[in-house]
Design a binder for this molecule. Structure first.
Ligand code: CU
Length: 482
């Protein structure tokens, strides 16, 4: 048992420790305005997903930032373009990296070919409008103002010219990082990504140049929700990369204008999240909220190889509106951390309820097997609408990176028997359709031979396919393995 003396010494030590800790934290916060600057340097600006070099141990400086506003047409998704308004030519705009105590001399130039005046509100700046009122600039002009970075953290900047929502919706946002004294701890890989929601006159995927739709923006009814300004900015060859054993740090922003992001990396756990881009560190996080006009810094060590999918876990945005990216990790597997498939086999439960879709509505009229093509088309369309449309979509176009198209599908048209078998038995594993790889799961469909013949006949006689008339007998033959 401890003596009274021991306990009082312990308490005294704790009190002293807490007093010192409070004092040092307070001193640092109070003094940032007094941090002296020595010399000046030109800021390195980068377009996403790249970030400038860390500040490291450099002293506070006068940091010269030259940012040019460009209004320019760019790709939203394959076949669809949009008139983006940009800081530095990219969406999000150029990444700015400073340290606390820097005096940022900011020159905003509005390109002479632009149509509108713009300005900038930097959430890292302390002052009216975050610089907005001092930076309002017409096409063919430039404005300079300066501010001292008082608070470390990851901050959003954006245009604040009326109508503010429209300027942001057109891509006028980016991130500015203010590192603490001595810099953030070094990591192996750093990337910049920022979510934004877009509102277009045509629906998602409508071709051609799409104009901004103000009413949809007011209704918060986004056609696109994307990382780095467009669908596919971080997928395929654009994926960000790392090697097994490395620590990855993502500077994640959300420009909005409307939607809050539930930021998540599938198959990873964030070892650290600097919550809302501030000084609070949370450990072991699955999904972190990134507010509109806010940010977060997430860090994680990658332990196993593979493709890790980056999403807004408001998940229809990821799979239907574009908020999907990829982190590709290369290196040695570690079967202890992740085994992969260890065993695979046939499974038949007693009630036969595994991996089946609900049975198609019994109201579907299935007449004799001697139906005309028109009758089969009508019946097939009903079955398609009830059973297939959620994944393969109304015009058989599928969903990119998730469900293969049935329209003009080389895979489908090459082999009728294979198509019948897939409907009968389901399909798992990688296939290539029209040059694109898909690796998903199609459940087997519990519909009758007649219904399978009808729905496949409908699919084969729609959307540019080869007009095969699939018979009930063909389905029966495939079922019995012939
Ligand atoms: Cu603007």
């Amino acid at each position: 048992m401890k003596t009274l003396k021991q306990i009082s010494i312990l308490l005294l030590c704790m009190a002293l420790f807490l007093a010192c800790k409070n004092k040092s934290e307070k001193t640092e916060e109070e003094n940032t305005a007094d941090i002296p600057v020595s010399r000046e340097m030109k800021a390195e600006l980068t377009s996403p997903p790249n970030v400038p070099r860390p500040v490291g141990r450099r002293k506070a400086k006068k940091l010269i930032v030259n940012m040019e506003i460009l209004e320019k047409e760019g790709t939203m998704t394959d076949g669809t373009t949009y008139n983006y308004w940009t800081f530095g030519g990219s969406v999000p705009g150029s990444f700015i990296r400073t340290r606390v105590g820097d005096e940022v001399e900011f020159t905003l130039s509005n390109h002479q070919d632009n149509k509108l005046p713009h300005n900038i509100d930097l959430h890292a700046a302390t002052g009216p409008g975050g610089g907005a009122s001092s930076s309002f600039v017409a096409p063919g002009h430039q404005k300079t103002f300066s501010f001292k970075t008082l608070n470390p953290g990851l901050f959003v900047y954006h245009c604040a010219t009326a109508p503010v929502g429209m300027h942001i919706a057109n891509g006028m946002y980016g991130l500015i990082l203010v590192e603490p004294v001595g810099g953030l701890p070094l990591v192996d890989k750093e990337y910049y990504l920022m979510q934004g929601d877009f509102y277009t006159a045509g629906e998602n995927g409508a071709p051609g140049l799409q104009s901004f739709d103000m009413q949809k923006a007011i209704n918060e009814n986004a056609d696109y929700v994307v990382f780095n300004g467009r669908v596919g900015s971080l997928t395929g060859d654009n994926a960000i990369t790392a090697n097994v054993g490395e620590t990855v740090r993502l500077y994640v922003g959300n420009g909005g204008p409307n939607l809050v992001s539930s930021f998540h990396v599938i198959g990873e756990i964030f070892d650290k999240v600097r919550v809302e881009g501030g000084s609070l560190v949370n450990d072991n996080v699955q999904t972190t909220l990134v507010p509109s006009g806010g940010a977060a810094i997430v860090e994680f060590k990658v332990d196993v190889p593979g493709t890790f999918i980056i999403v807004d876990h408001s998940i229809f945005r990821a799979f239907n509106k574009g908020a999907l990216g990829m982190l590709k990790v290369e290196g040695e597997e570690n079967k202890t951390i992740y085994s992969g498939v260890v065993q695979e086999g046939v499974y038949n439960s007693v009630d036969d309820n595994v991996q089946k879709m609900p049975k198609a509505d019994k109201n579907v009229k299935v007449a004799s097997s001697n139906k005309s093509l028109a009758q089969k088309m009508e019946s097939g369309k009903q079955i398609y609408t009830q059973t297939c449309v959620a994944c393969h979509q109304a015009e058989g176009q599928g969903i990119p990176n998730a469900f293969p198209p049935l329209a003009k599908s080389d895979y489908l048209n090459a082999n009728t028997k294979r198509a019948i078998e897939i409907v009968l038995k389901g399909k798992t594993g990688e296939i290539t359709v029209n040059g694109k790889k898909y690796n998903g799961v199609m459940t087997r469909q519990t519909i009758s031979n007649d219904e399978i013949a009808d729905v496949l006949t409908y699919v084969y006689n729609s959307w540019g396919n080869n007009k095969t008339n699939v018979t009930k007998a063909q389905v029966a033959a495939a079922k019995s393995g012939h």
